[in-house]
Design a protein. Structure first.
Length: 106
């Protein structure tokens, strides 16, 4: 089974609302882990979590979040390639805008 087939199988089994619920949950866990990472690297607000452990957690939460985003892309319509192309166009425009705001020549 390909990656896309696995995504479709999950989507067919749990449905759109459950996909969105899972994405919300995983996004929240990613945010919490990223905040913990910031506490560690800033060194201002002590946490007993070690950097290496947090990096592992951040990688896992990033993977969970990206997987849910892939499921949302799958749920957006039958033509996954068209949806991905549109998202890439939006990302490219936003990346250029970000560079411009930071006065970075691209």
């Amino acid at each position: 089974m390909t990656y896309e087939e696995k995504l479709y199988a999950i989507f067919e089994k749990i449905g759109y609302k459950a996909v969105l619920e899972q994405a919300l949950e995983e996004s929240g866990e990613f945010i919490q882990c990223a905040a913990k990472h910031l506490r560690i690297v800033r060194g201002v607000n002590y946490t007993p979590v070690k950097l290496a452990d947090n990096v592992n957690n951040l990688q896992e939460e990033t993977a969970d979040t990206l997987l849910c985003l892939d499921l949302i892309i799958t749920a957006m319509g039958k033509d996954r390639n068209l949806t991905e192309k549109r998202i890439e166009e939006i990302k490219a425009a936003k990346l250029d805008r970000w560079l411009e705001r930071l006065s970075i020549e691209g």
